[in-house]
Design a protein. Sequence first.
Length: 340
Amino acid sequence: MAPEKGVSAAGYPSLVADVGGTNARFGWLAHAGAAVADVQVLPVREHGSPLSAVQAYLALQQARLASAYQAPRRLAFALATSVGGDRLELTNAHWSFSRSELQQQLGLSSLLVLNDFEALALSLPRLSAAQLRQWGGVGGLPGGQGALAVIGPGTGLGVAGVLPSRHGWMALPGEGGHMTLSPADAFESELLAHVRTEFAHVSAERLLSGIGLPFLHQAVCVVSGVAGAPVLTAEQIVERGLSSADSVCERSLASFCALLGGFAGNVALALGARGGVYIGGGIVPRLGEYFFASQFRERFEAKGRFRAYLQDIPVALITDTLAALSGAALALEQQDGDVL
């Protein structure tokens, strides 16, 4: 059958997207092997459905490319949720949809759905030094012979990994952000005990995320004996903590970094991530030098008999906020068998 007018028969152009609880990032792949181009960031809250957001992006592309525009044949959709089954719901946003209906509505030959951190994990082997800031460990990134792990405090807390295999890099998606958070000292034990008065299960995401930082701040207020503290947003806590004008917000940030370090060390041990642990998401980049002066690395390594094991593992902050789009592009290439 001949392809429709304005549509490529070779699976390109293709569309890639990385959708979190706050923003949907879209990019364009003009042909096989092309770099992701024409990136646009659209607020999730301004669109009632993924169809609306995709159509808004395609309208921009159509205006940009004019007569050269071709409708995309495929979409690799990286979503901040578990992706099993046809019905999909974002964990921290209002989108709920059927993948088969969306594929039909957009006239796509295929719709590949990934967890957003599965896509970010697939981007790790291709990241350059210019997209990273390394902290500790032995050698550069990727290092060693083991898996790579990525942890991302954003609206929620994503966790994933990739393993090297004879067929290339294999993604290990999961929901590690919902693992139980553990304390490392008496102060953290009091923090978690207070949070447990409101939530039966205190996951890592419950405190180490944009939605969790206000709960962490409130717990720090209670444990520190600060009465009548206002409920602050994550943005306010970061701003006040970094200014050194608010000691409780600063202690909240210190606790955030320390708890995140301990959690990251646990992930490294669980995945055998000797090639490196990467930090994504939107929160840590906002902390700047504060993060690199925090207890994160100390707590990452503080695993008793396995301290030496963790000391060798490099940690890197991902400074490129669009990295997951290149991971989604790699997923399309792997789907085609173009990359082994």
